[in-house]
Design a protein around this ligand. Structure first.
Ligand code: ADP
Ligand code: MG
Length: 240
């Protein structure tokens, strides 16, 4: 499980996370919503150790992310992250892009890495694009390749940061379908998203961030239909 306890983080004088508490159980899907600058991306980068925290504690299956001596590379194999945009290596095929980390980081033999990549690319609906160069893919296909790349490391947890935000509207659905599939398969996921319908459908719980505070967290029905705070009511009204 992912345990986040009283996490605080500032950039200079700006306190971006003001004491976040969140525990995500195995198999759980938690969506994170909230306005721009509310600290959503920062939380994800703290969870997989890309950013240090000022105080509090984050643990993945009991391993302290920010403790001295924690093997962050090992941890990041366990926790995949997919961003809004990922710049694939343009001179490598889709297959080569996806096998790169399993070969270099996990030390897998080419054949083994390719078997995994083939499976993951088929999984995200790109089974026919193995030999294509990323420049030939649509934005939605590129995002699905980024998801396959993360999955090829066999993570136990996946963090998604607005993976559909940079896409043309007609390409959003295919990427959300991939996330839905993962959720149904039992992947433990934290999804930062603007897609409220998606959040409502797939999440076990939805967290609303406001100015560095997790202002509300509840099952989607409750959070969307009975928002408790004026801030969340205002946020939801603005997204309709
Ligand atoms: P969100 O993802 O909810 O839009 P972020 O976590 O990206 O919010 O950012 C929260 C705040 O922290 C914003 O005010 C942003 O400008 C600031 N911030 C994020 N990353 C950095 C950084 N590396 N250096 C300084 N300020 C940052
Ligand atoms: Mg963000």
């Amino acid at each position: 499980m992912i345990e986040i306890q009283n996490v605080r983080k500032s950039f200079g004088a700006l306190e971006v996370l003001k004491g976040i508490d969140l525990t995500v159980q195995r198999g759980e899907v938690v969506s994170v919503i909230g306005g721009s600058g509310s600290g959503k991306s920062t939380l994800l980068t703290c969870i997989n150790g890309l950013e240090p925290i000022d105080s509090g504690r984050i643990a993945i299956d009991g391993t302290e992310v920010h403790a001295k001596g924690t093997d962050l590379n090992k941890l990041r194999r366990k926790v995949g992250i997919v961003f809004q945009q990922w710049n694939a290596f343009p001179h490598l095929t889709v297959m080569e892009n996806v096998t790169l980390a399993p070969r270099k980081v996990l030390g897998l033999a080419r054949a083994e890495a390719e078997a995994i990549a083939e499976r993951q690319l088929a999984h995200v609906g790109l089974g026919d694009k193995l030999k294509v160069y990323p420049g030939r893919l649509s934005g939605g296909q590129q995002q699905r390749m980024a998801i396959a790349r993360a999955l090829a490391m066999s993570p136990d947890y996946m963090l998604f940061d607005e993976v559909t935000s940079a896409l043309d509207p007609q390409l959003v659905g295919e990427v959300l379908d991939t996330l839905r599939l993962l959720a149904h398969e039992g992947m433990t996921m934290i999804c930062v998203t603007h897609e409220m319908k998606f959040a409502r459908e797939v999440s076990d719980r939805v967290a609303f961030f406001h100015q560095g505070v997790m202002a509300e967290i509840a099952p989607p029905g409750q959070l969307f239909d009975a928002p408790q705070s004026p801030e969340l009511r205002k946020f939801l009204a603005a997204t309709h």
